[in-house]
Each structure stands twice: as C-alpha cells, then as structure tokens.
Design a protein around this ligand. Structure first.
Ligand code: PEP
Ligand code: MG
Length: 840
C-alpha cells in the first residue's frame, strides 16, 4: 500500500505532507517519528477524499488489511490548516452485534454497550443523516439503550444497522468527504482564510477504546495555561471514556496533576501520568510548539492519539513564543515572527476579560484600543468634575472638537456618534491611550437632553455605567470583568529581539510631555510629529490664544504672541529634555484659527466678558471666520503665509528652547515642519522668515545651533511637485491622513458614517484612513518619494499620519525605502514588531 500515494500507512518514511494529506496526518507522522505510542494510522490524501466525495468507492480492503481484523477504527478530518475545521470524528467503526458479544466478555457488557451505542448514534446522525431527536426518548444506558437505539435506526431507515466493518467504513468516509463540500462548511472555513479549493484529508486510526479493565480513560493535556501562557499542566481526564468526553460540560473529570480541588490522574495512575508528561515535553521540544496532547489510557498504558496546537489568547501566544526561544527550541527571529503585531494591543491596554459576559448595545468604529468602564457624562466640564470627584467617566459627544480635549484628558474612554479612524476623537484618543469608539451612528445621541439611546430602545442618562471596548468597537452596558495590561519581561524581551532585526526607524507622534514620556517608555526613536496646536487647549492658554485671534492690529497680535512665547518655549524645553537628544519634529501651527473659538452662545458670552467686548462683536467675528470647508480653507502653511507672526513666535520658542535644553543635556537639533504645503513658494516664504528668526536668536544669545527644516506632504500637489519642494528641505514627512482625505475627496471626519457600508459592499477593501490605500495614496507616496529623492538625494522620508502604526501600511513605507514611520505612542510597539517581521 505504501506505493499508493493516496492511501498511506503512517510510518517514519511514508510520504505525508500537510498540503497533500493535511495537518493532522503530518503531525501524526511526526509523532510516529518521535517513537511515541501512536496507534496504527492510515492517511487518505486530499485527492483520495475528493474522489470518494465524487462517488468513487475506495479500495477498502487495502485499507483494512493494515489493521488487525478485530480492531475498531475511528476516522478524523485532516485539513491543511487545523483551524479550517472539518467534519466531526466518528469513533468505534467496526462495532456490530458480534463484536458487542465478544467485548462484553472481555470488558464487561456495560462498556461494550457504551461503545456500540456511541457508534450507532453517531453513524445514524452523521452518516445516515437522521435527526438527532430520533434518540431523544432513549434514556436507558447499557444494553437496553443500545437495543432501543438500534430499533430507532431500523424504524427510521427501514434497514438493519450495517454489520460489516468495511461497509461501515466506506459509508463513514463518503459522508465525511461530502460534508466537507457542504455550503456551511465551505463558508466557515473560508471565513478562517481557507482557499476556495482547500482539500480534506482523512485519517483512519485503530481505536484504543478507553473503556475496559484496569485504569482506562481518555483526556487532553497541555503544558501551559492557555490564557496566560505560563507553564502549568492543564487539561482533563475521565476514566472509562473516549474521544473528548473529558471536556464535556458537567462531567466529573479528573485534574491531571495533583490538585487541592479534587482527584487527579497523577494519583490514580502515577506511571501513566509521568509518561504522558515526558511525551508532552518531547512533543514541545521536537514539534517546536505548545501542543494539546490527546491521549487514551488503556489498562494503565498511555497512547497518544493526536497533538494539536494549543488554542491560545494573544498574551499566551507571546509568552509561548518567547519561552520556546529562551529554551533554545526556536530562534528569536522565529519568536518574533510568531506574534501577530495587531494582537499586541491586547497586551498594551486593559481588555474586557475574554470570558466575561457582554451586554452589547451597539458596535461603532474601534478607534483606539483598550477597554474602560465609567459613568457617562455629556460635556467636557462634566468629565472634569467627575474626575475631580475621583469617579471614572466616559465622555459621550456627537463628535469632539478641540474644546473637548480637556474632557478627554479627564475621561477614561470616549464615545462619539460621528467620525472615522482619523477624526479628532480618534486621533486624540490614540495619542492618550484612551479607549475610544467613534461613528456609533446606530445610537441616538441627545447630548443637550443628556440622553443616549441604544438601538434596542434602552436609554442611558448622566451617571449610568457603560463600558467602552475600543478594541472591538463594542459599547457594553454595565461593568464586565477586565483583564489588565501585561507589559511584562516577556514583552520587553520580544521587543528587544524585534529591534535587532528592524531596518526602518519608529518614532512617535507626541504633543505633550506625558506623550513624550510614553514614547520613550516604548523606545520610540524620536518624535516624528508634535502637533503644536494641542498645546493651546489648556484653559489658561486658550484664552490667550483667543485674544490673539481677536487682535485687530499686527502690533496687538504681536503683544499677545509675546505672552504665548514663554509657554511654548517651556513646552519644547520639556519635550527636548525628555527625548534626551533624540530627534524631535515640531509641526508649526496647522488648524484653522476658528477651531479655537467657542461655538455655543454661552461660550461666546464668556469670551466677550473675558475680552471685555460686546457679545455682538464676538458673534460677528466668529461668524466672519467660519468657512464652508475649513479642512480646505485657511489652515496650515496658508496661515504661515498670511498671518506669519504665529510661525515667527513658534520658531523663536523652538530655537530658544533648543539653546536652553542643550545647556544641560545632549545638543538638540530640532526639526521644524511646515504643514499642508502645496506650492514651492509657500515653503520659500516660510523658510526665509524662519531662517531670519534663527539668525536673530543665535545673534541675541551669541550661540550657534543647527536645525532642520522640513515639509509635510499631505496634498496631492505636494506629491506631484516634490521635486520642486525637496531642494529647500531636509525632510519630507507624508501626512497620510490629509493625503488620504484629499486623494479620495473623502472627509476624514464624516466618512465614518458610510465607511462600513463601503467596506461591506467591497467598494473599499479596507477603511483607507486605517490601512494605507496602496493603489491610489500609495502611488502618490511612491511618486513623491521618487521625485523628492531625485531632486535631493539626502532628503529624509517618513510617514507621520495614523497609518504609521498600521502593519500593512508600514510594509508599503518600507518598500519605498522610507527612513522612519511615526505613530501614536501606544502603537510604537506594534510598529516595532511589524517592521521587524518585514525585515526577517
Ligand atoms: C496628517 O494629515 O496625516 C497628519 C499627520 O496631520 P493631522 O492628522 O494633524 O492633520
Ligand atoms: Mg494633516
């Protein structure tokens, strides 16, 4: 039979591969090669199973001659990837009236009846396709239950139960082969990533019954705790049982190792337990993986039926990979490859416990990972009051604006009705490491009435408790159990291995000293984007900012900017000190000025009082500054060109801070970045003013310093004209948030409303604000990078949009030879791991 490529007895030499016979067959062969006590097994190839499904009758004699005439058999599926599933195993093939009588003599009538009964019922349901409820009324066990079941089978099929082992086996093989082609099985495995033409292999194995004289039974064993990945023997064992009976709900299974909670296999059969442990350790070492060992004990002797990769949580996956490498079983590079970078989010943030019950109200866009529970509040002021009382709160807004930032700082999570992956709430949430869901448009937000209504009609008011799961996008009622973040040694070890492999630098987007500290903790190699405008939302500064906006004359504006200067300078000194000589890229002011003005009447009244102006003046001014399309209006470098005093002040603050921070630490070489450029002349105008400020500061202080001036490439025109722009700059940093918005003509703040429809209907493969669009925006990046480099070969290239923290997008940047990517501090580890995997 070894000559038949489709039907193979598993031996050490047999040609069995995962892509011809499936993962289970392959694994069983590895166990045989390890000389483990594996029952005799025959593997059917994908082709053989396919032919059976098509109606061809297998050469059953050739199969049966591999087994003892009296052996009972079982058939299990063997798909290429075990995660793709397959039809359930069928046990005890070969049971018939005569075997029942024989076995009753050798193992007792009750055990023999249990084997036969199990086979009759599973054959009836899975092969003869009878309804399972045919057996509902059969309550008796043993021989009585058996005869009732056989009778039920005959009544339903008008046939006697098949008695020949060969006939039974053919029918089982055919039904399993056909089940693989069923629609639901196909959909299920395709959802797990199986290709449309994925094949199924089958393994036919001699049964070790698990029932009978002496200590008999079955169970599973693992050497780790699958939730934490910590070394610990886990699993269950059940005397006088088969298959996975020990795992059934409510069964009185034994522990494996001695356990104060109850009886264990170690006590019942110490030798078998010791053997089993040794077999499992050998499997771990040689299969280079934590395996779940499926075993049977027959009169005190252990048999290994199968080994499958232990199902594991994300944090267990990381610990398993690191421990295997530390034990010298796999190289560190392989450990790095085995951890999914996306899954790191589960370790970096608190999570809803995987086993907790979820009272789900709705799902929005999972904009910033982690989970938090709190009382809901509807304004930033309420959030601050709640934080002051020490009560964790969730800020509920239709959308957030800069005015809400202080509320976001005070809250433990944020939920908004509108917005997408790069909307204000999402960007700030990720920056703060704050769980955030945006675009929860199926909920009704009545923020004035302080009411939130779920799609099922339940309403929540101020003070009611909700949980935001920013990892899944689920809004939950109440307070489910949580799992804490796990930034342990294991995490640090994996990260250091990743850093050894990486060939693209990772910086962080950090606006505040706290962000910068987080970036340092995660070993970011500098700050790639400091959005300076975020420094002005502190209530004490906001009012000065507003005064500046309201100034009527250049000299009036200059006077207010004088007051802002020391504040900005202090911010930068702090950032430089925290970053200890690592590069810090400071973006000059970007948003439209009116974002700093109050939108509500009461806010405008307060401002009028503070500035000692009539309310009507304030209202008029706010109205005059409003724009139809502010994202495409007077912002970024356009402000630098038309109101240059703001950039002058910022440049001075940066340079004075540079000298200050260089005094007591490593010399600082600040990077100054101009946002939203679309024309060369914009850069010329701003550059000449900044150079002038630099020269003044140097001469005033009598000290020289260096700085690097760069441009943010976030309009399609800046990409197209990169050859024009690059010669004037030291670096080009692609702001892919705005670049995506402008390439698609898709508002980053409004796209959340229909993005899920677009992705569901396949218009976009992914949300392009989340994963960089390789075909459109990626093309512009390529073009901009090529043209920029052609004109200025030394130009530093980077991405500082939110895509910088997304593994698929990092791959594009690395392929284009970018020097670094910059992302929210909490995504730095994800980016470090993802880029290491690209380099391995
Ligand atoms: C960008 O547009 O990609 C960017 C980083 O800037 P912001 O998100 O502040 O507009
Ligand atoms: Mg931008």
């Amino acid at each position: 039979m070894q000559n038949n490529p489709h039907t193979t007895l598993i031996t050490t030499e047999a040609p069995v591969a995962a892509n011809t016979h499936g993962g289970r067959a392959k694994c069983l062969q590895r166990l045989v090669r390890l000389d483990l006590p594996v029952p005799r097994t025959v593997a059917l190839s994908f082709d053989a199973v396919h032919q059976i499904a098509e109606g061809q009758v297998p050469d059953i004699d050739a199969i049966l001659e591999q087994f003892d005439q009296s052996a009972l058999l079982c058939v299990r599926p063997s798909s290429e990837d075990p995660d793709w599933g397959g039809p359930g195993a069928i046990l005890n093939i070969g049971m018939n009236d005569a075997r029942y009588v024989d076995l009753s003599d050798s193992m007792g009538a009750e055990a023999a009846a249990a084997l036969y009964l199990r086979f009759v019922q599973s054959y009836a349901i899975h092969v003869a396709r009878l309804d399972a409820d045919v057996f509902d009324d059969i309550s008796a066990d043993g021989s009585e239950g058996l005869s009732q079941s056989l009778r039920a089978y005959e009544d339903e099929t008008d046939e006697v139960f098949p008695q020949k082992r060969g006939e039974q086996l053919i029918a089982v093989l055919r039904s399993m082969a056909r089940a693989w082609d069923g629609t639901s099985a196909r959909l299920l495995r395709q959802a797990k990533g199986a290709p449309a033409d994925a094949g199924l292999g089958l393994v036919i194995q001699e049964m070790i019954p698990g029932v009978g004289q002496g200590e008999c039974g079955s169970g599973v064993l693992q050497l780790i705790d699958p939730t934490t990945g910590m070394p610990q023997i886990t699993g269950r064992y059940l005397s006088q049982s088969q298959g996975r009976d020990a795992l059934g709900e409510g069964v009185a299974a034994l522990y494996l190792e001695k356990d104060p909670r109850g009886k264990s296999l170690e006590e019942v059969a110490p030798k078998a337990f010791a053997d089993l442990k040794a077999h499992a350790a050998l499997m771990r070492a040689k299969l280079r993986e934590e395996m779940q060992v499926e075993f049977v004990i027959e009169n005190g002797h252990v048999h290994i039926l199968d080994g499958v990769r232990v199902q594991r949580s994300a944090r267990a996956a990381m610990r398993i990979a690191v421990r295997l490498a530390e034990d010298g079983i796999i190289p560190p590079q392989e450990a790095v490859m085995r951890v999914d970078p996306h899954s790191l989010n589960e370790m970096l943030h608190r999570q809803v416990h995987p086993e907790a019950e979820r009272d789900m109200l709705t799902t929005g866009i999972a904009a910033s990972p982690g989970a938090a529970t709190g009382k809901i509040v509807f304004t930033a002021a309420e959030a601050q009051a709640s934080a002051a009382r020490g009560e964790p709160c969730i800020l509920i807004r239709r959308e957030t604006s800069p005015e809400d930032v202080r509320g976001m700082h005070a809250a433990v999570a944020v939920l908004t009705e509108k917005g997408g992956m790069t909307s204000h709430a999402a960007v700030i949430g990720r920056g703060l490491g704050l769980p955030c869901i945006v675009g929860a448009s199926e909920m009704r937000f009545q923020t004035k009435k302080r009411l939130l209504t779920a799609p099922d009609g339940r309403t929540f008011k101020t003070g009611d408790v909700l949980t935001i799961d920013g990892s899944s996008g689920q809004v939950l009622a109440g307070q489910p159990a949580m799992l804490e973040a796990a930034l342990d040694d294991c995490f640090q070890t994996l990260m250091s291995w990743a850093d050894d492999e990486r060939d693209i630098a990772i910086r962080a987007n950090a606006d505040t000293p706290a962000d910068a500290q987080t970036a340092r903790n995660f070993l970011a190699q500098g700050i790639g984007l400091c959005r300076t405008e975020h420094m002005f939302f502190d209530p004490g500064r906001l009012i000065v900012m507003r005064e500046m906006i309201f100034a009527q004359t250049p000299s009036g504006r200059a006077a207010v900017l004088e007051r802002l200067l020391p504040m900005q300078r202090d911010d930068f000194v702090q950032l430089f000190r925290i970053m200890e000589g690592q590069p810090v890229c400071i973006r000059l002011f970007d948003p439209p000025l009116h974002e700093f003005l109050p939108t509500t009447r009461s806010g405008q009244r307060e401002l009028a009082e503070a500035l000692d102006l009539p309310v009507s003046d304030v209202e008029r001014r706010v109205a005059a500054m409003s724009e139809y399309n502010p994202m495409l209006g007077l912002r970024g470098v356009r402000l630098g060109v038309t109101v240059p005093e703001i950039y002058d002040m910022q440049a001075r603050a940066i340079f004075e801070a540079t000298l200050e921070a260089s005094k007591d630490g490593a010399p600082v070489v600040p990077e100054v970045m101009i946002p939203l450029v679309s024309a060369k002349r914009e850069v010329e105008l701003v550059k000449s003013r900044i150079d002038t400020v630099a020269a003044s500061v140097a001469s005033e202080r009598g000290e020289e310093f260096e700085y690097r001036l760069g441009v943010m490439v976030e309009t399609p025109r800046a990409c197209l004209r990169a050859d024009d722009i690059a010669p004037q700059t030291a670096f080009l940093s692609f702001g892919t948030n705005d670049l995506t918005q402008m390439t698609y003509g898709l508002s980053r703040d409004d796209a959340g409303r229909f993005m899920s429809d677009y992705v569901r209907q396949g218009v976009f493969v992914e949300d392009p604000f989340h994963v960089l669009d390789p075909e459109g925006v990626g093309e512009l990046l390529k073009l901009g990078a090529e043209r920029g480099r052609q004109a200025q070969p030394d130009v530093t290239l980077s991405v500082c949009g939110e895509h910088g923290g997304n593994p698929e997008s990092i791959a594009i940047c690395r392929d284009l030879g970018f020097d670094y990517v910059s992302c929210s501090p909490f995504r730095v580890p994800v980016a470090r791991l993802a880029s290491a995997q690209l380099a391995i």
